[in-house]
Design a protein around this ligand. Structure first.
Ligand SMILES: Cc1cc2nc3c(=O)[nH]c(=O)nc-3n(C[C@H](O)[C@H](O)[C@H](O)COP(=O)(O)OP(=O)(O)OC[C@H]3O[C@@H](n4cnc5c(N)ncnc54)[C@H](O)[C@@H]3O)c2cc1C
Length: 385
């Protein structure tokens, strides 16, 4: 299998790397993190102008004729070098929810959402998790009941809805058939400006990291949605979400790879100039070996994401590779954040080194969107266990 990047993908990589250097210097990112403010929307509009939301979008709405998972992964890896939480903002609309609307949305929903996604103007959020439905997400209880006039009445609560506060569009998962087996009675709904809806109480959660993409709880009381808010087929919401899961996992893998590579680059720069006992730390064998091991993990994780994209392109799915990529990317990020901070000593404990940001962002990639244990369970089943 050939994992060489094409000329086009190298161009994407270069463009993205230039964007990160110019628009996302460390000092700026760390200011936003410290002040808990979201990055300006103009940044994402610039990405839209550069065509970075096109990879998975149909040409009809400004995207391209064939989806390009490899292009997306190449871009995501570069963006994540600057910040994994900022990359999450991009991914909600560019990788997860925009493509979901492109596949299953009604023509009106597509018309409303997709041009904005491609332009980098749509912030999107997903409301799946509930207090009693985390890893076991399909046991969710938020209820949508269709009324005689075709509209929907929705009641329930949601947890950890990343970006729900400022979202232009929320995709809400609710139970529409309480008598069906749990995965077969769920539907998806599209809600515009959820935080401005009086039937939705949206509260920012205080979290350890991910400050650029804050997460919210939602309390939904007698929310009325028109019949036209249903995405795709009633009671098929779970199956619709599964269709995008391989790509989502590869994307998570690429975030881990990019963030970890950024850490390694910073650590190398640090240990080359920091001298102790009369020589640079980078000349000490145990330090050098730790860095080599970090790089080895990154290279392996990168191969998993590339391989997943290649398998997806030829077979249309890559469950096994996607879970390998997600585990490998997340665990590599966590390992590099910890080791990188350690190798920077006291400086690594100071906010300006960037290491505390990575240390507080990395763990969520081992939890969110299907924790490491859940991925390993999927792989165990693939192995016939
Ligand atoms: C910052 C952040 C952002 C998030 N963003 C979103 C979002 O935008 N939208 C959304 O819907 N959700 C979001 N989530 C929710 C996320 O997907 C869930 O946190 C995740 O699915 C895990 O669920 P849980 O937190 O309830 O943990 P639990 O399910 O309670 O799991 C706790 C631990 O038990 C382990 N465990 C659970 N079941 C098993 C099992 N069968 N075998 C072995 N181990 C098991 C888990 O792996 C984990 O280590 C976000 C979460 C966080 C923290």
């Amino acid at each position: 299998m050939d994992f060489e990047l094409s000329e086009e993908q190298i161009a994407i990589q270069d463009t993205a790397a230039r964007f990160v250097r110019k628009e996302l210097p460390r000092t700026k990112i760390l200011e936003w993190v410290k002040d808990r403010v979201e990055p300006p929307r103009s940044l994402f509009r610039k990405l839209g102008e550069m065509g970075m939301y096109n990879f998975l979008m149909p040409s009809k709405y400004g995207g391209q004729d064939n989806i390009d998972p490899m292009g997306m992964l190449t871009f995501v890896e570069q963006l994540a070098r600057a910040s994994s939480s900022l990359t999450t903002i991009y991914g909600r609309s560019g990788v997860i929810l925009g493509p979901l609307i492109a596949k299953f949305g009604t023509p009106e929903q597509q018309e409303l959402v997709l041009p904005k996604v491609v332009a980098g103007e749509a912030y999107m959020s997903m409301a799946l998790t509930e207090s009693e439905a985390g890893s076991d997400a399909s046991s969710l209880k938020t209820r949508a009941v269709q009324q005689l006039d075709g509209s929907w009445l929705i009641n329930g609560s949601k947890l950890y809805c990343t970006q729900a506060g400022g979202a232009d569009f929320l995709v809400l998962c609710a139970r529409t058939d309480p008598d069906a087996i749990k995965q077969h009675g769920i539907s998806l709904f599209l809600i515009e400006k959820p935080a401005a809806n009086p039937a939705i109480e949206c509260r920012r959660l205080d979290t350890m990291g991910m400050q650029l993409a804050p997460t919210y709880s939602l309390s939904i009381t007698d929310l009325r949605l028109p019949a036209a808010a249903l995405i795709g087929v009633e009671n098929q919401g779970w199956q619709q979400m599964l269709r995008g899961l391989d790509l989502e996992r590869l994307y998570h893998g690429a975030i881990g790879v990019g963030a970890a590579q950024g850490i390694i680059d910073d650590v190398i720069a640090h240990v080359k100039q920091r001298e102790q006992f009369g020589k640079p730390l980078g000349k000490l064998q145990s330090v050098r070996h730790k860095i080599v091991d970090m790089q080895m993990r990154v290279e392996a994780a990168r191969m998993f994401t590339y391989r997943g994209a290649a398998v997806l392109a030829t077979t249309g799915h890559c469950h096994r590779e996607a879970s390998f990529a997600k585990i490998s990317g997340a665990e590599t990020f966590m390992h590099c954040a910890y080791t990188g901070q350690h190798l920077m000593g006291g400086y690594g404990y100071c906010l300006e080194s960037g290491m505390p940001m990575h240390m507080s962002d990395a763990p969520v990639f081992e939890i969110g969107g299907g924790a490491m244990e859940i991925q390993r369970d999927i792989l165990a089943r693939e192995l016939g266990l």
